[in-house]
Design a protein around this ligand. Structure first.
Ligand SMILES: Nc1nc2c(ncn2[C@@H]2O[C@H](COP(=O)(O)OP(=O)(O)OP(=O)(O)O)[C@@H](O)[C@H]2O)c(=O)[nH]1
Ligand SMILES: [Mg+2]
Length: 448
């Protein structure tokens, strides 16, 4: 089980002062390194797995702290290696001193995510579960937490495993028939084969479709505020994020670079973007900003298209916004006396100045989030990496179906099925490049 020779250590709790801090160590030398500094009733070499011990942490005969040590012996631990977790008093100095002593006695400092990476490499979890660990740590809302925990429970993994098993069974059958056909004994029923492929295709398709929802729940729903300059976009942005984050002036072209803030609405993570007003400008900086606005708009789930209700400008740029879902927002209603004009229910009438209509706008945004179509407990694709691989798998399966319909040869069908399997195996990390694996674990914090 222990594929790594080094024993790693890190502080697993956040920096700063707290009641307790945890210094964590993993590797085959964890117990022997600990025994150099722990004075305790039981000798560390006699510690049993899943046990906790009270003792004094000492260095060169001096007591450093009074500690509780949790012990997990390989393979019954998070990483699959011997782990000790030293619960010490949560002062910066004490915690760092303990870490330094462990390093002096033979441990190496852990890289970000190295504990979880070892768990993955030692087969304690698949890649989707490892990704769920980081998602759970970073989750800011109820829904992102629910997606992460279901993934951590291995729901996505088992959905993918089921599909992979079906593909393998079918491919084995086909490959057997290739051998038979060499002897002139081909027995394959193409109609039945096509039906089996169709069922698998449907399952992968479902997986891909869950991706749209999973990514929204996990990575956030991207709402981009766009429209004419001076319409009040930045003012609306500030109201939505409840912070005077974006600069507001009466000079058209105030916002140049886009600004992004996360908010939580009814348990959904919403990523709100303020962008430069779209207009024809001779200013070089503003034009760069306008180009950036278009690229942000392209990645939006929803646009808030803002007009100044008093300006009476018909926006010419709106035609360039393709088929994006949008809410039309008429701002500055505090300047309008005749309230009867607010009659179009598809339009959000607001005043960023007084706050009137902002709650209704928030409700409109929520109503646009197209989720809850899938059962989270079955596992959802929840990031772009997983979605790209699932899409690749779907493409290969469609090719296999086409080859079957055209009866162009069993070898081709087997090849496409192998491609589909490889793509799905990428999601769970069975065959994934070191580069991808490193990029996933680089996002972790030290000590996890
Ligand atoms: N009366 C009134 N004035 C507003 C309202 N919202 C914004 N303004 C004013 O309109 C002007 C422009 O507001 P901004 O929020 O900077 O507009 P913007 O769309 O971000 O402008 P650019 O970044 O230049 O494209 C400022 O003087 C604001 O104070 C509103 O609801 N009512
Ligand atoms: Mg602005």
């Amino acid at each position: 089980m222990n594929k790594h020779n080094s024993t790693i250590a890190a502080i697993s709790t956040p920096a700063g002062i707290g009641g307790i801090s945890i210094v964590r160590m993993s590797g085959s030398k964890s117990i022997s390194i600990l025994s150099k500094s722990l004075k305790c009733k039981t000798l560390p070499k006699n510690f049993r797995t899943n046990s906790i011990h009270h003792g004094k942490f000492v260095d060169s005969g001096k007591i450093i702290d009074d500690v509780m040590v949790s012990v997990f012996i390989s393979p019954n631990s998070y990483t699959g290696e011997d782990i000790v977790e030293i619960n010490c008093h949560g002062g910066n100095f004490v915690t760092h001193r303990i870490l330094q002593i462990l390093l002096k006695n033979g441990a190496q400092i852990a890289k970000p995510g190295e504990f979880t990476k070892r768990a993955f490499l030692n087969g304690k979890m698949d890649l989707t579960e490892a990704e769920a660990v980081i998602d759970l740590i970073h989750s800011k809302t109820k829904h992102s937490q629910e997606v992460a925990i279901s993934q951590l429970e291995g729901k996505l993994y088992s959905s993918i495993k089921k599909i992979l098993n079906k593909i393998t069974t079918l491919r084995t059958e086909i490959e057997l028939n290739i051998d038979f056909s060499e002897q002139g004994l081909e027995k394959i029923n193409f109609k039945e084969l096509l039906e089996k492929l169709r069922i698998i295709k449907k399952e992968i398709e479902l997986l891909v479709n869950t991706g749209n929802e999973g990514i929204i729940l996990n990575e956030g729903y991207r709402v981009v505020i766009a429209g004419e300059s001076n319409a009040g976009k930045s003012s609306i942005f500030n109201k939505l994020v409840e912070n005077e984050r974006s600069i507001v002036t009466d000079i058209p072209g105030t916002t140049r670079d886009y600004i992004e803030e996360d908010i939580s609405l009814q348990g959904y993570l919403i990523k709100v973007f303020d962008t430069a007003g779209l207009r024809k400008s001779n200013n070089k900086i503003e034009n760069v900003g306008i180009e950036k606005s278009f690229s942000i708009i392209n990645k939006a789930h929803l646009l808030l298209w803002v007009h100044d209700i008093t300006a009476n400008i018909k926006s010419s740029m709106k035609s360039q916004l393709n088929d994006k879902d949008f809410i039309e927002v008429f701002n500055k209603i505090d300047l309008v006396k005749n309230k009867t004009i607010y009659k179009n229910s598809s339009i959000a009438y607001v005043s960023a100045l007084t706050g009137e209509g902002i709650d209704k706008l928030k409700a409109k945004i929520i109503s646009k989030i197209d989720v809850n179509k899938y059962d989270i407990s079955n596992g959802l694709i929840s990031n772009s990496r997983q979605l790209a691989a699932a899409t690749k798998g779907l493409k290969a399966l469609k090719k296999a179906m086409k080859a079957t319909q055209e009866k162009i040869g069993l070898e081709f069908i087997a090849f496409d099925l192998r491609t589909a399997s490889k793509a799905l195996e990428e999601i769970i990390g069975k065959i994934t490049s070191d580069e991808i694996i490193n990029s996933i674990f680089d996002k972790f914090c030290v000590g996890k």
